[in-house]
Design a protein around this ligand. Sequence first.
Ligand code: SF4
Length: 64
Amino acid sequence: MKAQVDAGRCQGHGVCVVTAPDLFEFADDGKAVAVARELSPADLDGARAAEASCPELAIVLSGS
Ligand code: SF4
């Protein structure tokens, strides 16, 4: 499974960066980006928490 941020939705609130700092960071444009790597089992709780807390529904978790 991988995490992605839909740049068209992201408003740069940073909830994801606070919720899962190992998985999300700010890009130079002020929007969040997700780590490119495959998420490990240990990442999943944080990724799902960030997905659920994003006020813009900008985080997409995909893959198995
Ligand atoms: S919480 Fe959502 S809108 Fe806010 S920075 Fe993260 S992806 Fe963007």
